[in-house]
Design a protein around this ligand. Structure first.
Ligand SMILES: [Zn+2]
Length: 465
């Protein structure tokens, strides 16, 4: 035992002497340790869940969320706190209902997809054309689904990095127009979800301009499986579907605040999460957690000493229906040359796993320091360059702004995402703190060193890592 303690003491001495020799490392270590003991992120997501709740863009709840965001950023000491308004088309859900009417009546758990047109007041009824895969739907000839309700029951793959969701996304986003092009009168898709719940998961659709707009909804995973079993019996299945919704011109707001840089205030490290949520849950994991991680990380990274560069945080106002991304890019187009690094946290509340940084930066001495400071969290700097980050910053990244992406364990995220089960109880405070520590360490190093991702990325050929 004594030998082990001596070795541990020697290691600690080595570690601390290395850290002392490098103020960037010492600062990063201190930020990481403070973050692991800090409850700012949990307090934020708890308050957002309880004091605001669901906050669908364009609703009265979204205006309450705006006021909440302004008050919270001010209370945390951010400067220049303001709301940046932009116009949206609000989509408001009404009563929804679905049932099998033949071969025998059975209620189905469905939820309308965001942006879906309503059915006629009396609903639509049709024979089911069931596709076990999305590819099977796409292989069906145009016109062959006339009068039918197209149903796609392909399951989504559970992955730790969320790639199963990305792969399944076209089923929900493009499926309604693909079905309409083939003559369908309505579209049902198995929820883009892992887990075996009877709660359906919503999400936005994207109608294509060349196809009629048909009503579209997600089936719960278990109801999609019921239809698979029923279809295997061979008898025709008929479904009756009623979806109500309304649209209206509205305003959304991205809330911003900053910690001004003491040395290079014109150089910006931009992080954020999205403030809006879907309506069935409380938006605690999507994206209350991500927003809380970004705000807490920014706060912690600038808490001890003023950062050299400006740290800015954004709470994006309308991510789910795709409005915040172009609005934020348009509002900040003039700043593109000044943003040294940009990232968004939007993959839940579980532990951080790895960090992807802009091309050309992984061998920079400051990034070696960052990697060492992240190592105790069991977070590594990926050898792969960042290709993007959250959706709200995608247009600025496309315009050349260097991106940081912090991968979190998303294994459980899609069990609850976009459903009534996206609630506070799903958040593990210890994992949330670890994710904050990873983001805070990244923000600290980016804001307190001269590493210039703009230059390094520009000097790296596109194909090179
Ligand atoms: Zn999200």
């Amino acid at each position: 035992m004594q030998g082990v303690s001596a070795a541990a003491a020697a290691l600690l001495l080595l570690t601390s002497s290395a850290a002392c020799a490098d103020p960037l490392r010492a600062g990063a270590d201190a930020v990481r340790e403070r973050a692991l003991a800090d409850s700012t992120a949990y307090d934020l997501v708890e308050s957002l869940s309880v004091d605001v709740g669901q906050r669908l863009a364009g609703t009265e709840a979204a205006a309450r969320a705006r006021d909440w965001g302004l008050a919270r950023l001010k209370a945390l000491g951010f400067s220049n706190v303001h709301a940046e308004p932009f116009p949206i088309t609000a989509w408001i859900r009404g009563p929804e209902d679905a049932e099998i009417v033949a071969p025998h009546p059975q209620k189905l758990a469905v939820i309308g997809l965001g942006g879906s047109v309503p059915t006629p007041a009396a609903g639509v009824e049709g024979e089911v054309a069931l596709f076990r895969t999305y590819a099977d739907l796409l292989a069906t000839p145009v016109g062959s689904l006339a009068g039918k309700i197209a149903v796609v029951t392909q399951p989504m793959t559970r992955t730790a990095d969320g790639s199963g969701y990305v792969a399944a996304n076209p089923m929900r986003r493009a499926g309604p127009s693909e079905a309409a092009r083939r003559g369908a009168v309505a579209y049902l898709v198995r929820s883009l979800a892992t887990g075996e719940s009877r709660e359906p998961h919503t999400g936005a659709l994207n109608y294509q301009p060349d196809a009629p707009k048909i009503p579209a909804a997600a089936l719960s995973v278990v109801d999609a499986e019921l239809l698979d079993h029923l279809a295997a019996r061979g008898a025709p299945i008929r479904i009756h579907l009623t979806l109500n919704s309304a649209t209206a011109p509205a305003t959304a707001w991205t809330i911003e605040g900053e910690i001004p840089g003491a040395v290079h205030p014109e150089e910006i490290i931009q992080v954020g999460g999205h403030l809006d949520s879907w309506d069935p849950g409380t938006g605690s994991i999507d994206d209350g957690a991500g927003l809380a991680i970004a705000v807490a990380a920014a706060k912690l990274a600038g808490a001890q000493n003023p950062p050299q560069r400006t740290i800015r945080v954004a709470l994006f106002g309308a991510e789910e229906m795709d409005f915040a991304r172009p609005a934020f890019a348009a509002a900040h187009a003039q700043e593109i040359p000044k943003i040294v690094l940009i990232g968004e946290s939007d993959i839940g509340a579980d532990r951080a796993v790895s960090v992807r940084l802009p091309a050309g930066s992984k061998d920079a001495p400051e990034i070696k320091t960052l990697a060492a400071a992240l190592a105790p969290l069991a977070v590594f700097v990926s050898p792969e360059p960042s290709l993007g980050s959250g959706d709200d910053v995608a247009d600025l990244i496309k315009a050349g702004v260097p991106a940081v992406a912090v991968a979190q364990d998303a294994s459980r995220y899609f069990d609850w995402h976009h459903s009534s089960e996206d609630t506070l109880d799903k958040i593990d405070p210890a994992q949330l703190r670890q994710a904050v520590a990873a983001w805070a360490t990244v923000v600290y190093v980016a804001a307190n060193s001269d590493v210039d991702f703009r230059v390094l990325q520009a000097a790296t050929p596109k194909s090179a890592p």
